[in-house]
Design a protein around this ligand. Structure first.
Ligand SMILES: *[C@@H]1O[C@H](CO)[C@@H](O)[C@H](O)[C@H]1NC(C)=O
Ligand SMILES: *[C@@H]1O[C@H](CO)[C@@H](O)[C@H](O)[C@H]1NC(C)=O
Ligand SMILES: *[C@@H]1O[C@H](CO)[C@@H](O)[C@H](O)[C@H]1NC(C)=O
Ligand SMILES: *[C@@H]1O[C@H](CO)[C@@H](O)[C@H](O)[C@H]1NC(C)=O
Ligand SMILES: [Ca+2]
Ligand SMILES: [Ca+2]
Length: 376
């Protein structure tokens, strides 16, 4: 009920799309979501992941204690900012990094997209956005009596023309020196009479130290896959193809973040387009932003090659949907795999129904997958 109210403005903009959800044809419609808004042609293309950097951001709180980073009572406080899109652009999705003393719950357009805490390392969040404006709301929590309190976030907004812009928590955010009112995260709540947030310190200069960037996505839930169960020990020196098709008609996919790594190298394709290649050499996984998912049917394909010894492919794919929800796809035994790579294997129309399921192998060398947010 609450969710429906929140996404209403967005659904309004996407009226044609909302009507079409009852039409099964939507499941195979070959357009990116932004194309449904006449003035929002999506020309954004997949690219190497760009981190949202906390080093440009500021710590904010309510100013109940006028001394920056002074002690505060145990409390939960609301912080809000409506970020409007420049006239010539349409917002697609955002990469967010947030740190807090001591904890936070982060909402975008009324939908809770993450909960976390701590000032030593940020939390990475991803969300689809509305084209014209987006309401970012944080419930900040100070959980220790007489201790400093603060929230720091950087929001990297991706536009449909392929550009992006960085926004931060600063003194333009609205707050209350009181517990968040009911449904404070909803656009229907008017914050125009709220106070402005008070600066508690900058990234470079505060008593908190400098929060580090987290991994882009976790790989801990993902399995190493290949075409044989002993690939973790040794495998043929050869290329193998893998596919994962995500097809659902209930929601509209907008953007994906992909984290991928292979022993020894890979080429990643999304909906038939070559996205990038990477190899074992760097000992770090590669990350990509896919800002042009199809609404309901998306095909991820990989050509992975073993040069010597063991072989494996591991990936995590985070998909953001128009309604504010998200989904994590991991490499596992549900991926399709083949030893001989047919022509056109990467295309969405390719029929992989006679491929076997991938084998899952245990690979103990997890140090391969050191994944700083800033790396390719
Ligand atoms: C933030 O960090 C990046 C990467 O280390 C650096 O290129 C950039 O200059 C830094 N910006 C500021 C304001 O310190
Ligand atoms: C955000 O700003 C836009 C543009 O001024 C406005 O149309 C919209 O109603 C605002 N939303 C909220 C929740 O304040
Ligand atoms: C798979 O990758 C290997 C190694 O890069 C390459 O030689 C081969 O042509 C690729 N196969 C296809 C079908 O793309
Ligand atoms: C390879 O995987 C098997 C089970 O799939 C496991 O028993 C074995 O310890 C693994 N070997 C290495 C070197 O990780
Ligand atoms: Ca605290
Ligand atoms: Ca190898």
């Amino acid at each position: 009920m609450v969710l429906a109210a929140i996404i209403l403005p967005f659904v309004g903009i996407f009226a044609g799309l909302a009507v079409a959800t009852s039409n099964s044809q939507l499941c195979t419609r070959g357009q990116s979501v932004a194309d449904y808004v006449a003035e929002c042609k999506n020309t954004a293309t997949p690219h190497v992941f760009q981190p949202a950097r906390l080093n440009v951001s500021k710590w904010i709180w309510t100013g109940e204690n006028p001394t920056p980073r002074g002690n505060n009572i145990i409390s939960t406080r609301p912080l809000r900012k409506n970020i409007t899109t420049p006239c010539s652009k349409c917002a697609l999705c955002a990469t967010i990094v947030v740190a807090s003393d001591d904890a936070h719950t982060f909402y975008v357009n009324g939908v809770r997209i993450g909960t976390g805490g701590g000032f030593k390392q940020g939390q990475a969040l991803f969300t689809a956005l509305q084209p014209r404006w987006n309401l970012f709301a944080i419930a900040g929590q100070n959980t220790v009596a007489n201790s400093p309190a603060g929230v720091m976030a950087t929001i990297l907004i991706h536009y449909s023309d392929g550009t992006s812009a960085t926004f931060i928590t600063d003194e333009s955010w609205r707050t209350l020196r009181a517990a968040p009112p009911a449904d404070f995260q909803l656009a229907s709540v008017d914050d125009s009479s709220w106070a402005f947030a008070a600066l508690q310190g900058t990234f470079q200069n505060s008593g908190w130290g400098q929060p580090t960037l987290p991994p882009v996505l976790p790989l801990s839930g993902s399995k190493w896959i290949w075409t044989s169960s002993t690939a973790n020990v040794s495998a043929a020196v050869a290329s193998r193809a893998f596919r994962k098709t995500i097809n659902q008609c209930a929601k509209v996919a907008v953007c994906a973040t992909v984290l991928i790594f292979a022993d020894d190298h890979y080429t990643l394709y999304v909906n038939g387009a070559s996205i990038g290649t990477g190899s074992f050499t760097g000992l770090t996984a590669d990350a990509y932003t896919i800002p042009n998912l199809l609404p309901t049917l998306n095909t991820f394909a990989v050509n992975a090659t073993n040069d010597v010894g063991s072989a494996g492919l591991i990936a995590t794919i985070f998909i953001t949907y128009l309604d504010g929800s998200s989904e994590t796809i991991v490499t596992d035994g549900s991926w399709k795999a083949t030893k001989t790579i047919p022509q056109g294997f990467e295309l969405p129309t390719f029929d992989d129904s006679d491929w076997a399921n991938a084998n899952v192998a245990l690979i103990s060398l997890m140090y391969w997958v050191v994944v700083p947010l800033a790396r390719k």
